[in-house]
Design a binder for this molecule. Structure first.
Ligand code: AMP
Ligand code: MG
Length: 406
């Protein structure tokens, strides 16, 4: 059996980053920049008013000291935001100006409307101003030519906003891996259809697809196939696996030791098609497979829902996030005090579902170890990580947990 770490390494090596692309700002959101971004223009683009008010020459109104001692100026122009033909301000006059409108040449300050009577033809100003007041200077935020974003930064809401403010339509980013999710099993029925005796609802497909998207990758398809090699192959064709349309195939089921193991049957029990089936010293999730189908990587997860999702957490989520250059590929590991004793099989790293209390720093095992108990996984907020050689963990022990809430 191989260790969890060895298999993690194999999966990480298998899922290679895609070459950078130029993505629209909408598509780039959540992805990582592959190049520094240099400002093509300055921000603000031009000197503009920081307030709704009146553009003036500060030396025209020193006598305006209070409502009792105002100064009155004729209003020569009205400058709303967006006006492009802004005339020069003549000394002894004011221009009514709105926030973001270009400052007229000849003016050197803005008096906020609150310090005036708001007049449209003549304005009475009841407070003085100083040279440069309430003017947002060109380049005061960003100087043209400056590096404003760095390679490795995630395109967040504010990054997208800055790029747009600079007039950029797209950004160079590491694209999402394109993932095809295939569930296998002749017993599986899509939710929404009645169950016949012996049938169960298919649950891994929607679950793994959701986990893929939550990890940041793209789901190009989810398919369910019975234990039939021809139908499995047909799905690979339908989604263009052999035409380079898929970067990663994730299957679930069909890799155990029984008969009717369709994934093993397709890829050869000996692994002669580039897929290797291995046993990993972990519980749940022992049977694993990995390899290549044409240009696509393939990871074959066990069918039990808990095994499938825990395997995804342990192997695929970090590998996908690394392939996207995301800054925190791993779930945060925390130490917590175990509230009740648990046992663990010898020679296997065990991942139990847990309830972590972030405030008290304690963790409680949640549900039995068997891998069909999906209910507990659905409400767990952490995985308890029990080392291979440990068979019993007494209450009060400090244990390592993977925090699933971050
Ligand atoms: P397998 O690995 O194919 O032997 O499946 C192991 C167990 O997981 C069996 O009880 C299957 O019925 C169940 N199982 C496999 N695939 C799915 C799935 N997509 N949804 C729900 N249960 C599944
Ligand atoms: Mg099966």
């Amino acid at each position: 059996m191989r260790s969890v770490q060895e298999h993690q390494r194999a999966v990480t090596d298998l899922i290679r980053p895609r070459p950078p692309v130029t993505a629209t700002l909408v598509d780039a959101e959540g992805l990582v920049l592959t190049e520094d971004v240099i400002a093509p223009i300055s921000l603000p683009v031009f000197d503009n008013s920081g307030m709704d008010g009146y553009a003036v020459l500060a030396t025209d109104i020193p006598a305006a000291t209070s409502p009792e001692h105002p100064v009155t100026l004729p209003v020569a122009e009205d400058i709303p935001a967006g006006r492009t033909d802004v005339p020069t301000l003549a000394a002894g006059t004011a221009h009514r100006i709105m926030t973001g409108a270009p400052m007229p040449a000849g003016a050197d300050a803005v008096v906020p409307v609150e310090a005036t009577d708001g007049g449209a033809d003549v304005v009475t100003i009841s407070a003085p101003t100083a040279h440069g007041r309430h003017i947002r200077r060109a380049g005061g935020d960003v100087a043209e030519g400056a590096i404003v974003l760095r390679a490795g930064q995630v395109v967040s809401a504010s990054v997208a906003g800055l790029a747009a403010a600079l007039g950029l339509k797209d950004l160079p980013v590491r694209p999402r891996p394109r993932v095809l999710v295939i569930s296998t099993g002749s017993e599986l029925v899509e939710p929404g259809h009645p169950l016949q005796p012996g049938q169960i609802y298919e649950s891994n497909g929607v679950m793994i697809a959701a986990a893929v998207r939550a990890a940041g990758a793209e789901v190009v398809g989810t398919a369910t196939v019975p234990d039939d090699t021809a139908q499995f192959e047909a799905v690979l064709d339908r989604y263009g696996v052999h035409d380079g349309a898929v970067d990663l195939i994730i299957t679930s089921g069909g890799v155990s030791a029984g008969a009717y193991e369709v994934v093993k049957d397709v890829f050869g029990r000996s692994g002669d098609q580039g897929v290797e089936f291995v046993k990993v010293a972990m519980q749940p999730g022992m049977p694993q497979g990995f390899g290549r189908v044409g240009a696509a990587a393939i990871i074959t997860l066990p069918g039990n829902p808990v095994s499938a999702l825990v395997s995804f957490e342990v192997f695929l989520r970090p590998a996908l996030r690394r392939a996207m250059d995301l800054p925190a590929p791993d779930r945060p590991r925390r130490e917590a005090v175990l509230s009740e004793k648990i046992t663990s099989p010898p020679g296997k790293r065990q991942f139990r579902r847990g309830l972590l209390d972030h405030h008290t720093g304690t963790v409680t095992n949640y549900g039995p170890p068997a891998s069909h108990h999906l209910r507990y996984l659905a409400s767990a907020n952490c995985l308890l990580d029990v080392a291979e050689d440990v068979t019993e963990v007494p209450a009060g022990t400090r244990v390592q947990v993977w925090d699933l809430t971050d």
